[in-house]
Design a protein around this ligand. Structure first.
Ligand SMILES: NC(=O)C1=CN([C@@H]2O[C@H](COP(=O)(O)OP(=O)(O)OC[C@H]3O[C@@H](n4cnc5c(N)ncnc54)[C@H](O)[C@@H]3O)[C@@H](O)[C@H]2O)C=CC1
Ligand SMILES: N[C@@H](CC=O)C(=O)O
Ligand code: NA
Length: 428
């Protein structure tokens, strides 16, 4: 009789409960696909008595996830508590030291401690798998690590935070301002306990840094992801962008350039009719580009009980089948830190400003742009009041340094009111 693969699950919230359901409800299918039974032997969560809509009968209970991670009757420690440090990291380290493999959905922990944990796993002959940590149910970690392993990856792009995509989509559909839709998302329970993880781009930045490590064979470097959230996106920008054939997305881009590794997570304009531009609501999309394969577009649920548990189970199944992959697709001990490059590739930009309505105002702005070496592609003046008019420029491709020079220069013109808004237009 083949030995069962025994799971210890720490965290019985949205994802943990979903995993318990799959293991209980699909025992035969899992055994048929792996050749051995998959069983849960022990669980841990903060509240033992909570009704989770699924039976925990037959599982040992541990209040302390570190103790759970070290139990003799656990082969795979499944970490679904969350948090970059604290019990998640302590229990992961304890599990590895006790000879267990680890499956986790914890992007925060891996973005910050991934290199150290991966090295430790390799020294101890264990594996750490994390399909659920990036874009939830979309099998993007496996796509990069396995399916595209024969490619040089030229670019990784994606909308990897469903909450931000929901907020931006709802703003466009309803015409309502950011604050109002943020409150709506909050009431619907979409936001993380710390909403800044979502709207500040941090959660999506964590995910991008994990994909960049696999794609470019470099150490995870979340600290050098250029981060900008969606908090400053106004309904006016969404409307103006739409009128010009664009949509605003919180877009992640990672690419290796001659100047180093560029990692950006920031609002970008994308063509409204592109796959990324068409992405509605809380859905995720990851676009992978490889030298041999060309472009691959993966779309699906980036969060939620079923989709995230589906990804966790794909890792459990991989281990049950005896596949032993390195955490980031190459031995962690050999991974180098990439030289960081800030917005290295030039791009067109959308520039919106309030311009004082007086003769010569436009000429002054055009001079600042010209002095910075920025060429104007399109210009648009929208509604108008007695004293000022919103003006939008779309520039030709320009470097970020030139753009910053122009933004600084506007202040000295005496005709640009407040700060100009600059949003990159990504070639997707
Ligand atoms: N909810 C989602 O759709 C997605 C979640 N993730 C990740 O999955 C992980 C879990 O997320 P959720 O299930 O949404 O969280 P949750 O907040 O619903 O559940 C967390 C669980 O961990 C338990 N827990 C927390 N601290 C503990 C401790 N010290 N000891 C024992 N148990 C403890 C809680 O009691 C709870 O059962 C996180 O890392 C999250 O970032 C990843 C992708 C999507
Ligand atoms: N807060 C995240 C949840 C999954 O990672 C999101 O909105 O996508
Ligand atoms: Na995934």
């Amino acid at each position: 009789m083949t030995q069962p693969l025994r799971l210890g699950i720490a965290g019985l919230g949205t994802v943990g409960t979903g995993v318990v359901k799959i293991v209980r409800q699909k025992a035969n299918l899992l055994a048929a696909r792996t050749g051995r039974p998959i069983e849960i032997t022990a669980v841990s969560a903060r509240n033992r008595d909570k009704d989770r809509g699924v039976s925990l009968k037959g599982y040992a209970w541990e209040d302390d996830p570190v103790k759970l991670a070290m139990r003799d009757d656990v082969d795979v420690f499944v970490e679904l508590m969350g948090g970059a440090d604290g019990p998640a990291k302590a229990a992961t380290e304890a599990a590895l030291a006790a000879g267990k493999d680890v499956v986790t959905a914890n992007k925060a922990m891996l973005a910050i401690h991934g290199q150290e944990l991966a090295e430790s796993a390799e020294e101890l002959g264990r594996v750490i798998r994390f399909e659920a940590a990036v874009a939830g149910g979309i099998p993007v970690v496996k796509a990069l690590t396995e399916g595209l392993a024969g490619n040089e990856i030229t670019r990784v792009m994606g909308v990897m935070n469903g909450t931000c995509n929901y907020i931006l989509t709802r703003m466009e559909d309803s015409g309502l301002p950011y604050d109002q839709i943020f409150d709506e998302a909050h009431q619907l329970g979409y936001l993380e306990a710390d909403p800044n993880l979502d709207v500040g781009g941090i959660d999506a930045g964590h995910k991008l840094s994990l994909l960049a490590s696999i794609a470019y064979g470099t150490q995870v470097d979340f600290g050098n992801v250029e981060l900008e959230g969606i908090q400053k996106i106004s309904i006016q920008d969404i409307r103006t962008a739409a009128a010009m054939g664009f949509r605003i997305k919180l877009l992640g881009v990672a690419q290796m350039t001659g100047r180093g590794l560029e990692q950006r997570m920031s609002p970008c304009l994308v063509p409204a009719d592109s796959p990324l531009g068409q992405l509605q609501g809380g859905t995720n999309m990851v676009v992978l580009e490889g030298d041999s394969v060309g472009q691959i577009v993966l779309r699906g649920a980036g969060a939620g009980e079923g989709p995230t548990a589906s990804a966790v189970m794909s890792d459990v199944i991989e281990i049950a089948r005896g596949t032993r992959l390195t955490t980031f697709g190459q031995p962690a001990a050999g991974l180098e830190k990439a030289r960081p490059a800030r917005a290295a590739a030039p791009a067109p930009y959308y520039l919106r400003m309030m311009l004082t309505d007086k003769p010569g105002a436009m000429a002054k702005v055009a001079t600042v742009l010209g002095d910075a070496g920025i060429s104007i592609n399109r210009m648009r003046q929208t509604h108008h009041d007695d004293t000022a008019a919103p003006v939008v420029f779309v520039t030709h491709k320009t470097g970020r340094d030139a753009l910053d020079r122009a933004l600084a220069g506007f202040a000295g013109t005496g005709v640009v009111q407040g700060e100009a808004v600059a949003i990159r237009i990504e070639d997707v």
